[in-house]
Design a binder for this molecule. Structure first.
Ligand code: SF4
Ligand code: SF4
Length: 309
């Protein structure tokens, strides 16, 4: 969180409201910094989110415990395919709910703020600008308290949270993948496909086309080097998150998921997944992170077949 004395009274109210809902890790971005950080956002995206009207933003981090978690219901015969912990409950919905509650509790009328979670806005650079951490070697945000084991979301605000005085600039190098990691290479060593550039490799950041998580959401044919390391994955991969030493703090983190946000669970029956109809899969994933419109039932059947190989 930014030093409280630099925030406007309006931002103080938002900050207190977020903290009261367990979103203690949050930070603000002033109007000028927000404009600069989003200047290259596609015009249609900017219009959809009302970026032009926004006078600032607050970014918040919702922690989750990195896996593996075998406790959640499997619901069918073995073998099972795994959903990564960030999506084994619908934490995107949890974060939207908490942000909305915080805004309303701080007195913001519904039309005055815009929530973004898992959006097309540059959430990780915005989180750095908000002072939440730095971009790690894995290209994930290394958040001060939760490391890489958190989801990011935010709100566009109708007032500048610094009253026009400008926010704090990011730490030098905080936006460059791995600069803040020092000599640590734990995520690069843990990655089953070598997607993360190790120090001294001559590369930097993440090779997205070698990342299992990327391919769990892509319907195109999966490259052989990725299928070879696929394991029991249905959606997501958190090997690099689990490896990050900065993520250790999430062991004691609050988990504010509500009963309506607990799906789809972490283990799902491969025989059921591969045999289910489109309608059955849609119904099973409705209201979960796997139920997003851009994901087709065929994607889940393909991933389940790869997990069952
Ligand atoms: S999500 Fe998995 S495959 Fe992708 S970079 Fe992390 S460890 Fe590697
Ligand atoms: S595991 Fe180490 S190298 Fe990777 S993001 Fe975390 S601190 Fe950086």
């Amino acid at each position: 969180m930014h030093a409280p004395e630099s925030l406007s009274p309006f931002a103080h109210a938002v900050s207190a409201s977020l903290a009261a809902r367990g979103l203690s890790e949050h930070g603000f971005i002033g109007a000028a910094e927000l404009g600069a950080a989003t200047s290259r956002v596609d015009a249609s995206v900017a219009a959809a989110y009302g970026l032009v009207q926004a006078r600032g933003a607050v970014i918040a981090a919702l922690p989750y415990r990195a896996g593996p978690d075998d406790a959640a219901g499997a619901g069918g015969p073995a073998p099972y395919a795994r959903v990564a912990p960030f999506a084994s409950a619908n934490r995107y919905a949890t974060l939207v709910r908490l942000l909305k509650e915080a805004a309303e509790s701080a007195g913001l009328p519904r039309h005055a703020f815009r929530i973004f979670v898992n959006s097309r806005l540059p959430e990780k650079p915005l989180a750095v600008l908000a002072g939440l951490g730095f971009i790690g070697r894995s290209s994930l945000l290394v958040e001060r308290e939760w490391g890489t084991s958190c989801l990011l979301g935010g709100m566009l605000l109708p007032e500048d949270p610094f009253g026009g005085r400008g926010g704090r600039p990011p730490e030098p190098g905080a936006l460059e993948p791995g600069v803040g990691c020092g000599s640590c290479r734990a995520c690069a060593d843990a990655c089953p496909t070598g997607a993360i550039a190790a120090p001294g490799s001559g590369r930097a950041g993440l090779d997205r086309l070698a990342c299992i998580q990327h391919w769990t959401t892509e319907p195109d044919p999966v490259p052989a080097r990725v299928t070879a390391a696929w394991g029991d994955t249905l959606y997501g991969c958190d090997a690099c998150v689990r490896a990050c030493p900065f993520s250790a703090g999430v062991r004691d983190a609050p988990d504010p998921v509500s009963p309506a946000e607990t799906g789809p669970g972490s283990l799902l029956s491969i025989p059921w997944l591969t045999g289910a109809s489109d309608g059955e899969l849609r119904e099973r994933f409705r209201g979960t992170a796997l139920g997003m419109k851009r994901f087709s039932p065929a994607l889940w059947r393909r991933n389940a077949r790869l997990a069952g190989k």
